[in-house]
Write a protein that binds this ligand. Structure first.
Ligand SMILES: [Zn+2]
Length: 219
């Protein structure tokens, strides 16, 4: 183990590597999906372009997926769109798959984390390693914070869906875990304009660096 990859207990980070975290860019969160954000497809394409143009800025690229088997009342036939939601991202269904715009980039993902198998899970830091490179890990893999520390990551850049839910929760947890956290808001899409504005303020107040503006629904 090199010094760069040494691991500290608790919330400390060691190392100087940067990871791009691509949060939940899945078909169900894009137009045509069961829980679509209006700008989800535009953001998926913009993230793909970002991966092309800025590859050298990220030592690692990690994606998360909402991946439900039986998430209890997170799914509801009568959702309130706050704590309960229409059925979405059922494991191994097309709705849970990455948006097609990301398809050409999948081979270069260093890891994929799945979250929410049996419960609601908004933050990528609630997820478990499901795939590392081309190797399928199965259930019960490492948590995201430990995995990042083990790979010498001290800085994370976050993009994806949705600004006001899973991006927000992932960013707040990244800050709390001690990572230098930047949210690329221009590469995020929101469920609602008001909740996006609240989320932006919460992420700023927590200490995340923010750049750009989220894609919010028209009107
Ligand atoms: Zn979910």
């Amino acid at each position: 183990m090199t010094a760069e990859h040494a691991r500290l207990p608790g919330t400390g980070t060691v190392g100087s590597r940067t990871a791009l975290l691509v949060v939940d860019v899945q078909n169900d969160f894009c137009p045509g999906g069961s829980l679509a954000t209006a700008g989800g497809d535009r953001v998926a394409s913009a993230i793909a372009e970002h991966l092309d143009r800025h590859a050298e800025e990220h030592d690692l690229v990690v994606a998360t997926r909402d991946w439900h088997e039986d998430p209890g009342d997170h799914w509801s036939p009568d959702p309130d769109f706050h704590d309960s939601w229409p059925v979405h991202c059922a494991a191994d269904t097309p709705g849970a798959a990455f948006h097609p715009a990301l398809e050409p980039h999948l081979p270069r993902l260093d890891a994929i984390f799945h979250k929410g198998r049996f419960e609601a899970a908004y933050s990528g830091f609630e997820g478990h390693l499901a795939q590392e490179g081309q190797r399928t890990v199965g259930t019960g893999g490492a948590g995201l914070a430990d995995w990042l520390r083990e790979h010498g990551v001290s800085r994370v850049r976050i993009c994806g869906i949705a600004t006001d839910h899973c991006v927000r929760a992932t960013a707040l947890d990244a800050v709390a875990a001690g990572f230098d956290t930047e949210v690329l808001l221009g590469l995020t899409s929101a469920v609602g304009a008001e909740s996006a504005a609240t989320a932006v303020e919460q992420m700023r107040a927590a200490g995340a660096t923010l750049s750009g503006s989220p894609v919010i629904p028209a009107g």
